[in-house]
Design a binder for this molecule. Structure first.
Ligand code: C2O
Ligand code: CU
Ligand code: CU
Length: 451
C-alpha cells in the first residue's frame, strides 16, 4: 500500500495458481494475487482506495476455452459508473485497470468480484471473489467483537474431478450446484474458539446455491448486520436463509458451551428445491479455551447505525415500478429484456430512469415458476418493505434478518417483494441483475439510468 493524503493505492494481480483445497491435491484456481478466495481488504471510512487490478490470467479457460477478460465490481460500494465493474468495461489478460473507491459510506461488508460479461459465473467460480470490510468510528466504538474476533466466512460450493480439478457445469443455464461446500476455500474447516462472542461476516459467494444456516446446538445466530451495514437492533434467528451475494454479520456466543464442546454450522435443506438438496455440516467450532480478553465481547440491544435508507417510508405519491423476473424464449429476463437488448442499443436501453435523488418503490415480481432469484441493484442500498407469497394479496413483513439495509433480495418462487430506495449519489448507468451468476450471464441483467 502507498498512501498519498487520504488516498491509499493498492494493486492486485489476477493469476492462475495451484492451491491445496483438498488434502494432497493441487487444484488450478484463478485468484486475486493468486489467493482462493481473494484476500480480505479492510478500509476506513473516508479514506479513498485506488485499486489497480492487473489481469495476468492465462489466454483461455482450461475447459471452457473462453478468454478471461475481467471487470471488477466492488459490490456494496456507491462507485462512479466508470469504476463500477460495468459488464462490457473489460480488461484482457496482459492489461490492467485502476478502480477508484470513495469509501464514504458507513461500516459495512462489501465484496469484490469479477463481472466480465457472460463469464462472471465461471470466473467467480475459479476464485475471483474476495471480501472488503469498511469500518467507521461508530462501529469501532461499539462493544461488539472486532479485530481478531471479527471473522470473514466466504462460502462457495465446488465440484472436483478425480485429480482435484474444479469441474463446472451450468446445467443448461439453470445454475451451478457443487457437492462440496467450501468456507474460505477449504472443505469442512474446524475453527478453534475461546469461550466468548465472535462476529462472523458470512458472504454467500456461491455461483447459484442458497443456504439455510442453523447451529446444531439449537442456539440462535444473532444477526447484527446485513448487506449494507449494522442493523438498528440485533435479530436472533434459529435459521437464516442466505441467498447469493447477501452478507450477514452474525454473533455466536461460545461462552454458552464448555471447553471441549464442538458446535457445528449446518446448512439445512427444505425439500424439493434443486439447490437446497445438499444438507450438510459446513464447518465446526471447537471450544478450546476461556476468553483471553473480555473487551469487545457484548452485543448492545441498540446498535444505532446510520443508514438513511432505513428511514424511508412510501407516501401516496412515491413512484412505483415493477421489475418482473421471467423465463422467456429460453432466456432469463427482467421485464422481458436481457443484457443482449442493452448491447444491441449501444448500452443506452434502460429498464428505469429514476431522477437523481428520487425516492422510489420497486416491486420485484418472480413469475418464473419453480425458481428463485437473488436480485441485486448496483449503486444503491434499499429497505425491504414487505413480501407477498403466492400472489395472494397479503403483504407480510420481511424476515427478521432482512430488516436492515440491503443491496440483494432473495425473491422466492411466486413472491412479490417491495423495496424502497433513493437513487444516488451519482448519476449514471448501473446494472441490475439476478445474482445467481448463471442467470446473470444468460442473460438476466439490465441497467437503470440515474439522473
Ligand atoms: Cu455482486 Cu453486479 O454484482
Ligand atoms: Cu453490486
Ligand atoms: Cu435468477
Amino acid at each position: 500500500v502507498t498512501s498519498v493524503g487520504t488516498t491509499d493505492y493498492y494493486s492486485m494481480t489476477m493469476r492462475e495458481q495451484a492451491a491445496e483445497i483438498l488434502p494432497g491435491r493441487q487444484t488450478r484456481i484463478w485468484g486475486y494475487d493468486g489467493v482462493f478466495p481473494g484476500p480480505t481488504i479492510d478500509v476506513q471510512q473516508g479514506r479513498e482506495v485506488v485499486l489497480r487490478q492487473i489481469n495476468r490470467l492465462p489466454a483461455s479457460h482450461p475447459t471452457l476455452g473462453y478468454t478471461p477478460f475481467t471487470s471488477t465490481h466492488l459490490h456494496g460500494s456507491a462507485s462512479l459508473p466508470q469504476f463500477d465493474g460495468y459488464a462490457s468495461d473489460v480488461t484482457y489478460p496482459g492489461s490492467w485497470k485502476d478502480y477508484r473507491y470513495p469509501n464514504f459510506q458507513g461500516s459495512r461488508t462489501l465484496w469484490y468480484h469479477d463481472h466480465g460479461v457472460h463469464h462472471t459465473a465461471p470466473n467467480v467460480y475459479m476464485g475471483l471473489a474476495g471480501m472488503y470490510r469498511m469500518h467507521d468510528a461508530v462501529e469501532q466504538g461499539l462493544p461488539i467483537p472486532q479485530g481478531y474476533y471479527d471473522v470473514p466466512l466466504v462460502v462457495t460450493d465446488a465440484m472436483f474431478d478425480v485429480d482435484g480439478q474444479l469441474l463446472y457445469d451450468d446445467d443448461d443455464h439453470s445454475g451451478f450446484f457443487g457437492d462440496v461446500v467450501l468456507v474460505n476455500g477449504r472443505p469442512w474447516p474446524v475453527m478453534k474458539v475461546e469461550r466468548r462472542k465472535y462476529r462472523f461476516r458470512i458472504l454467500n459467494a456461491s455461483v447459484s446455491r442458497t443456504y439455510r444456516w442453523q447451529l446444531d446446538s439449537g442456539e440462535p445466530l444473532v444477526v447484527i448486520g446485513t448487506d449494507a451495514g449494522l442493523m438498528a437492533a440485533p435479530q436472533p434467528v434459529t435459521t437464516l436463509l442466505h441467498g447469493n451475494a447477501e452478507r450477514y454479520e452474525v454473533v455466536i456466543d461460545f461462552a454458552k458451551y464448555k471447553i471441549g464442546r464442538r458446535v457445528t454450522l449446518r446448512n439445512i435443506s427444505p425439500k424439493n428445491n434443486v439447490d437446497y438438496t445438499h444438507t450438510d455440516k459446513v464447518m465446526a467450532f471447537d471450544v478450546v479455551a476461556k476468553a483471553s480478553t473480555t473487551s469487545k465481547n457484548s452485543v448492545p440491544s441498540v446498535l444505532s447505525p446510520y443508514n438513511a435508507i432505513m428511514a424511508l417510508t412510501p407516501t401516496a405519491d412515491t413512484p412505483t415500478r415493477t421489475m418482473a423476473l421471467v423465463r422467456q424464449g429460453g432466456q432469463w429476463t427482467i421485464n422481458g429484456e436481457t443484457w443482449a437488448d442493452v448491447e444491441a442499443s449501444a448500452y443506452t436501453r434502460a429498464l428505469a430512469n429514476p431522477a437523481l435523488n428520487a425516492v422510489e418503490v420497486w416491486e420485484i415480481h418472480n413469475d418464473s415458476g419453480g425458481w428463485h432469484h437473488p436480485l441485486h441493484i448496483h449503486l444503491i442500498d434499499f429497505k425491504i418493505l414487505d413480501r407477498e407469497f403466492d400472489r395472494n394479496g397479503v403483504r407480510v413483513a420481511p424476515r427478521a434478518h432482512e430488516r436492515g439495509a440491503k443491496d440483494v433480495v432473495h425473491v422466492g418462487e411466486n413472491e412479490r417483494v417491495r423495496l424502497i430506495t433513493q437513487f444516488g449519489p451519482h448519476p449514471g448507468r448501473y446494472m441490475i441483475h439476478c445474482h445467481n451468476l448463471v442467470h446473470e450471464d444468460h442473460d438476466m441483467m439490465g441497467q437503470f439510468s440515474v439522473g
